[in-house]
Write a protein of this length. Structure first.
Length: 123
């Protein structure tokens, strides 16, 4: 496997040809990758530390094509951060697009790092 590296303002393409610019790293502690803010509202990029094998790419494509029920609730809120698309650098798979969920404890803003927020109190 090849080690992958990324920098703020790198442009990546989705498998559908849309350009997504990564802005700032949010979490590099993920086992298989890191989470980045993007220039797309409500969307994160999960970028891999190492280039994945063909089996992983096929598995991710299956997940994108077959989201589980309940990913989006009846109010239109994203409840599960399920892969929405693949991210490519040239023809190489380097990550995936995942939505910011309604239950994320992060507030994304393309001008700053993510801020930690406690869940709202009931009542």
């Amino acid at each position: 496997m090849n080690k992958l590296s990324f920098a703020p303002n790198d442009d990546l393409k989705t498998s559908k040809g849309k350009t997504i610019r990564i802005l700032d790293i949010v979490d590099s502690g993920e086992i298989n990758g890191s989470i980045w803010l993007t220039d797309q509202p409500g969307v994160f990029a999960k970028l891999f530390h190492n280039s994945p094998n063909v089996d992983r790419e096929e598995n991710l494509q299956w997940m994108i094509d077959n989201p589980p029920p309940g990913v989006i609730n009846s109010s239109g809120q994203v409840m599960v951060s399920w892969p929405e698309d693949l991210l490519l650098r040239g023809n190489q798979l380097v990550g995936m697009v995942v939505p910011q969920t309604a239950i994320d404890w992060f507030l994304a803003d393309s001008m700053s790092h993510l801020l930690f927020q406690s869940p709202p109190e009931e009542g």
